[in-house]
Write a protein that binds this ligand. Structure first.
Ligand SMILES: Cc1cc2nc3c(=O)[nH]c(=O)nc-3n(C[C@H](O)[C@H](O)[C@H](O)COP(=O)(O)OP(=O)(O)OC[C@H]3O[C@@H](n4cnc5c(N)ncnc54)[C@H](O)[C@@H]3O)c2cc1C
Length: 423
């Protein structure tokens, strides 16, 4: 490999904050709002023009699962679309973008969109700040505590926190999807298969079987969701396997491959799915949805058994998390052999220990969202957005304790955190 040695240069330190949150997805929103409401000077860094992450720029259909409480329910109440069927969990992305911005602004968060968190400022193993890249050039912001909500753990990786990618045995990661919406759907006749196991009879056969036979591989499953707009349906059917969301080349390839599947998917819907005969594409996500990349090693690890048995850990940072094992097929369409949706019988919510948010080796850093410390199987459950908001809320409150008491995340008294979370 050829290298270019960058000449030494001075980078302006443009701010000093108590808490810096990198990534404005569900976890980052939870973290930034929680820290700022506790009185911390808080900055949120987001590479996109809007906040919300996969929930908004990723054009997500709905908040999944039975998780309850906290900031998550506040977001649902404020962003629900009352004009249509009153379902709180179906997302109106345009409304949600504004509600999230309002919540950040009301809490006093300094919001820096259009800005990429590119590197860390370290003092030994202690993170002291973050380097930002934007139209304004390179700058440094110093922070008492950094919360990595980038989904991929970009900053934690740069800081030297140990991690592995994907499935433990072979490093394979869940596939990516570019979400899109179609309009012109006759909802009176339309079907809405919402899971891989919803195999509905249609005139030419069973809808999932027809998908496998007629869609361009690795697309092949049929996932369609009502939106908040009449006649408009959110389509979760493009599919790219074998791509790594921490590689810019793979992201570009996956985005392109998914985009190229869209026309074929619409042709399939028109040909085989009742109610979709006249449907047409009206919009697509501005970023590809990445399901899984880095798993960091932390003070605690959440595993399959914790989810399956709804284990109640005394040192919880998140309570009442509920979802099944949503492992998409790692090499093709549909549900992976290890996934479990309809057959998931656990009704009780599980807990996530605080230690899952605290990476090994690096001080001054917290993880929240899909990049916490958990196994591939547990991740397939806690990666859903309601649980990510709760992880963020816990991290934001923990960072507030660090600010108030002048301690590092590793030293946070969990009982005090639990009192703040109030449940
Ligand atoms: C295709 C798809 C379908 C899904 N379906 C559902 C569903 O129906 N319901 C559900 O509840 N969950 C669903 N999920 C899961 C869920 O959307 C994600 O796991 C969840 O959004 C993760 O939240 P997060 O905050 O950790 O990360 P993200 O939502 O990925 O947010 C990370 C944010 O950080 C920003 N960012 C990343 N790196 C940097 C950087 N270096 N500097 C600055 N900003 C950065 C990104 O732009 C993004 O805004 C789905 C996921 C995918 C990919």
């Amino acid at each position: 490999m050829e290298y270019y040695v960058e000449p030494e240069k001075k980078i302006p330190v443009t701010d000093r904050v108590d808490v810096l949150v990198a990534g404005g997805g569900p976890a980052g929103i939870g973290a930034a709002v929680a820290a700022a409401r506790q009185g911390c000077k808080t900055m949120l860094i987001e590479q996109a023009g809007d906040v919300g992450g996969v929930a908004t720029t990723g054009m997500m259909s709905h908040w999944t699962g039975e998780t309850r409480g906290g900031l998550y329910e506040e977001i649902l109440d404020r962003s629900r679309d009352d004009e249509r069927n009153g379902d709180r969990q179906t997302i109106n992305p345009e409304k949600l973008k504004n509600v999230l911005l309002e919540m950040l602004e009301e809490a006093g968060v300094l919001v820096r969109t259009y800005t990429f968190a590119s590197d860390v400022v370290m003092e030994g193993d202690r993170i002291r700040g973050v380097l930002l890249e934007s139209k304004s050039g390179r700058e440094a912001v110093m922070a008492g505590t950094v919360i990595d909500c980038t989904g991929d753990g970009d900053l934690a990786a740069r800081a030297g926190a140990p991690f592995y990618k994907g499935r433990e045995e072979d490093g394979q990661m869940q596939p990516m999807t570019l979400m899109f919406k179609v309009a012109g759907v006759d909802e009176k006749r339309a079907i809405f298969p919402g899971s891989f196991e919803t195999n509905i009879p249609v005139p030419d056969g069973m809808v999932q079987d027809l998908g496998k036979a007629n869609l361009p591989s690795p697309a092949g499953h049929v996932l369609l969701y009502r939106s908040t707009i009449p006649g408009v349906v959110t389509v979760n059917m493009t599919n790219c396997t074998g791509a790594d969301g921490t590689s810019a080349g793979d992201l570009a390839r996956a985005h392109r491959d998914c985009r190229m599947q869209m026309e074929a998917i619409v042709a399939f819907l028109r040909r085989f799915v009742p109610g979709y005969e006249e449907c047409y594409i009206i919009s697509s996500a501005s970023i590809i949805g990445v399901r899984e990349t880095r798993h960091f090693l932390g003070e605690s690890t959440i595993r399959r058994e914790d989810v399956e048995n709804a284990v109640q850990h005394e040192d919880w940072a998140v309570k009442d998390a509920h979802f099944n094992f949503d492992v998409h097929n790692l090499t093709g369409a549909g549900l992976d052999a290890t996934g479990c949706q309809a057959k998931f019988t656990q009704k009780k919510g599980y807990t996530i220990p605080y230690g899952c948010l605290v990476p090994k080796k690096v001080e001054g850093l917290l993880l929240a969202g899909r990049d916490i410390c958990g196994t591939h199987m547990a991740h397939s459950s806690y990666r859903v957005m309601p649980i990510c908001v709760k992880l963020g809320e816990a991290a934001g409150n923990a960072a507030a304790i660090c600010t108030r008491e002048g301690i590092c995340p590793r030293q946070v008294p969990v009982k005090e955190l639990q009192q703040m979370l109030g449940r």
